[in-house]
Design a protein around this ligand. Structure first.
Ligand code: C2E
Ligand code: MG
Ligand code: MG
Ligand code: MG
Length: 276
C-alpha cells in the first residue's frame, strides 16, 4: 500500500480505481453539479386525517441526466457522509417554507402542513438553528405548519446538542417528529427525554399488521403516543385493512400508498379539494 511505501510516496489513482473515497468525492461533485442544474426535485406525499389531506411529507428525488430518476436510497446515505447533505437539506427546508408561505395566502390551502427530513450532519451544524430562523423570517412561513423529522440514528451521538436544538425549535414553534418509530426499542428512551411533538410508526411495523403480535404492538404504540401527548402518524399504509385497523384504534393520521404516493407539487396540488 501507499502507507507501506513510506510517507513521501505520492500515490497515483488510475481513473478506474474505485476506492470508497473516490466514489464519495465523485458523488459530491456530481451532486453539486446536479444542484446547480436544478436536477433535484421534491415529491409531496399526502398525509391524511380522517379522509382529508392535511399536509405532506417532502421526499427528494434526483433527475439524473445519465442515471435517470434516482430515489433517496441511491444517494442520501452517501451524501450524509459529506457536506452535500447540508446543502441539499437547507434547499429542502427553503422549498418547504416557501411553499407553506404560498399556501398560507389561500384559504383552501392555509391549513396544510409540511414535514421535512433532516439528516444528522445537517442537524449538527453549528448554524443549523440560525439557518432555520433565517428561512422562516425570509419566507414568512408559519412554523406551526412545519415539522422536522428526525431518525433515531441521529439522536444517539450527542444527546445534549439534540435536546438543546429540539428545545430551540420548539420555542420557534416548530414540532419535531420521531421518524421510523418501532424499529428499535431504545426509541422509548428518546420519547421520554426529548421534546417530540410527533411519532411516525415505521412502515415495516404497519406492513406486518396481519401478525397478531404486530397488531398488539401497534395498538400499544398508539396508546403510548396518545398518553405522551404526541401526534401519532402511521407510515406505509397500503391496504384498506391497515387503514381500518389504525383508524379503529385511534391512529387517524396516516401516510402511505393507499392515500397517495409521493408526487410532484402540481399533481399534489391538483388532488386537493378546491374551495370557492
Ligand atoms: P422516510 O422519511 O421514512 O420516508 C418514507 C419513505 O417511505 C419514502 O421513501 C416513501 O416514498 C416511502 N413510502 C411511503 N408510503 C409508502 C407505502 O405505502 N409503502 C411503501 N413500501 N413505501 C412507502 P423514499 O421517498 O424512497 O425515501 C426514503 C428515505 O430517504 C426517507 O424515509 C428519508 O429517510 C430519506 N429522505 C427522503 N427525502 C429526504 C430529504 O430531503 N432529506 C433527507 N435527509 N432524507 C430524505
Ligand atoms: Mg420521514
Ligand atoms: Mg419514516
Ligand atoms: Mg426512513
Amino acid at each position: 500500500s501507499a502507507k507501506a511505501q513510506g510517507r513521501n510516496t505520492v500515490r497515483i489513482f488510475a481513473p478506474t480505481m474505485q476506492s470508497p473515497y473516490c466514489a464519495q468525492l465523485a458523488l459530491e461533485a456530481d451532486m453539486a453539479r446536479g444542484m446547480q442544474h436544478g436536477e433535484f426535485v421534491l415529491h409531496f406525499q399526502p398525509q391524511h386525517e380522517g379522509g382529508q389531506v392535511v399536509g405532506a411529507e417532502l421526499l427528494v428525488r434526483w433527475k439524473h441526466p445519465v442515471k435517470g430518476l434516482l430515489m433517496p436510497g441511491a444517494f442520501i446515505e452517501q451524501a450524509e457522509q459529506g457536506n452535500m447533505i447540508v446543502a441539499l437539506g437547507s434547499w429542502v427546508l427553503e422549498c418547504a417554507c416557501a411553499q407553506l408561505a404560498a399556501w398560507h395566502a389561500h384559504p383552501a390551502t392555509a391549513g396544510l402542513s409540511l414535514s421535512v427530513n433532516v439528516s444528522a450532519r445537517q442537524f449538527r451544524q453549528a448554524d443549523f438553528l440560525a439557518g432555520v430562523a433565517d428561512v422562516l423570517r425570509r419566507t414568512g412561513a408559519d412554523p406551526a405548519r412545519l415539522t422536522i423529522e428526525l431518525t433515531e440514528s441521529l439522536l444517539i451521538d450527542d444527546v445534549d446538542d439534540t435536546i438543546a436544538k429540539m428545545k430551540a425549535l420548539k420555542s420557534m414553534g416548530i414540532g419535531c417528529a420521531l421518524d421510523d418509530f418501532g424499529v428499535c426499542y431504545s426509541s422509548l428512551t428518546y420519547l421520554k427525554n426529548l421534546p417530540f411533538a410527533e411519532m411516525k410508526i415505521d412502515q415495516t411495523v404497519i406492513q406486518d399488521l396481519r401478525d397478531p403480535k404486530s397488531a398488539a404492538i401497534v395498538r400499544a404504540i398508539i396508546v403510548l403516543g396518545e398518553t405522551l401527548g404526541l401526534k401519532v402518524v402511521a407510515e406505509g399504509v397500503e391496504t384498506e385493512d391497515q387503514r381500518a385497523f389504525l383508524s379503529t384504534h385511534g391512529c387517524t393520521r396516516q401516510q402511505g400508498y393507499l392515500h397517495g404516493r409521493p408526487v410532484p407539487l402540481q399533481e399534489f396540488a391538483s388532488s386537493l379539494p378546491r374551495h370557492g
